[in-house]
Design a protein around this ligand. Structure first.
Ligand code: DAH
Length: 346
């Protein structure tokens, strides 16, 4: 019996040594230690032994049970450890790897220019106002001294929605809205940035949707020199301190006199280059003194008040500032284009 016990122990220890997973270990355990195991078979025969033998076999069987149990426990622990290590190995994170760059959006170049213009005029005490993009013919043209059939309407090919409603072709109707809303007919200074629409075919220099900033100042003793000083400051702020401006006579129905304003070329300093098409000057906006008819249409006494107004294209300013040659780039949302401006990526 002692020998059988010794044999059982050796076999059991060897089987335990050989198994590599928990299931097989459980099988080994029930084979040697379970109720129907060889071990319990021997134990059941204890009753037939003499006192002397029973003592001996008893202590041997205790020893065998202890060593098999210990081997089973150790093996179970090492299988669990192995499993855990494998899992950790699979989930391993290399914390020294550089992290993925999070791309932040950038401000659109037209937004940058619009906000720059807004900041400048706010610093001079102007209000920033807005008006609807769907406008009445009355505000967009009629009240601005542009009656139906006026040839100047042809220059502003419009998207009409009904006979009386259209997408505004310029931001100038906000002049009318602001003056009408000014119930006390008090002096004021404002700019209105916003989207405008014309029935142009889209190409490198045209877009059916574009944006303008309208400026309007109404008060007593407002003169052309106020307009000149204001626009000179604007040109210097947008294109550099050394810039000069010049006024060329022009025509707009809502201003009298009317001018187109050129800024001295910031690339060649008036020598002539590809940007200014050899002239040394670049046209940037239209302006003038508010036509008395427009003031009167809006309830302002033109013998007491004068005003100046101007309208500038935001795409035009942005293209000059940043050297953008294809207008479509502003509207196609290509990140390779957009990320060139306002870089604040981290
Ligand atoms: N509204 C004109 C346009 O879109 C621009 C303009 C010219 C606005 C002269 C003005 C102005 O306020 O005085 O072409």
């Amino acid at each position: 019996m002692i020998e059988s016990l010794e044999k059982i122990k050796n076999e059991a220890l060897q089987s335990i040594d050989e198994v590599t997973d928990e299931n097989s270990l459980n099988n080994v355990k029930s084979k040697y230690m379970g109720k129907k195991s060889v071990f319990s078979e021997i134990m059941s025969k204890m009753g037939s032994l003499s006192n002397e033998e029973r003592k001996e076999v008893g202590s041997k069987s205790n020893e065998v049970r202890a060593s098999i149990t210990e081997a089973l426990d150790n093996k179970l622990k090492s299988i669990k450890d192995e499993e855990l290590n494998k899992k950790l190995e699979g989930d391993k994170i290399d914390i020294t790897l550089p992290s993925k760059k999070i791309r932040k959006g950038t401000r659109h170049p037209l937004t940058i220019v619009r906000e720059e213009i807004e900041d400048l005029f706010i610093s001079m005490g102007y209000d920033v106002v807005s008006g609807p993009e769907v406008e009445t013919d009355n505000y967009c043209f009629e009240m601005l001294n542009l009656p139906k059939g006026h040839p100047a309407r042809d220059a502003q090919d419009s998207f009409y929605i009904t006979d009386e409603m259209l997408l505004r072709t310029h931001t100038s109707p906000v002049q009318i809205r602001s003056m009408l809303a000014n119930e006390e007919k008090k002096p004021f200074k404002l700019i209105c940035p916003g989207k405008t629409y014309r029935r142009d075919d889209d190409d490198a220099t045209h877009s059916h949707q574009f944006s303008q900033v309208e400026g309007l100042v109404v008060g007593e003793n407002i003169s052309l020199s106020d307009l000149k000083g204001t626009l000179e400051l604007f040109a210097k702020k947008m294109f550099g301190e050394d810039r000069k401006i010049r006024f060329r006579s022009s025509f707009f129905p809502f201003t009298e006199p009317s001018y187109e304003v050129d800024v001295s070329c910031f690339k060649c300093n008036e020598k002539g280059c590809n940007i200014c098409k050899g002239t040394g000057w670049i046209e940037i906006l239209g302006c003038g003194m508010v036509h008395p008819n427009v003031l009167e249409n809006c309830g302002f006494d033109h013998t007491k008040y004068q005003g100046f107004a101007f309208g500038v294209g935001i795409e035009r300013v942005a293209s000059l500032k940043y050297g953008v040659t294809n207008m479509r780039d502003y509207f196609t949302n290509d990140y390779r284009f957009l990320r060139n401006f306002d870089r604040k990526e981290i």
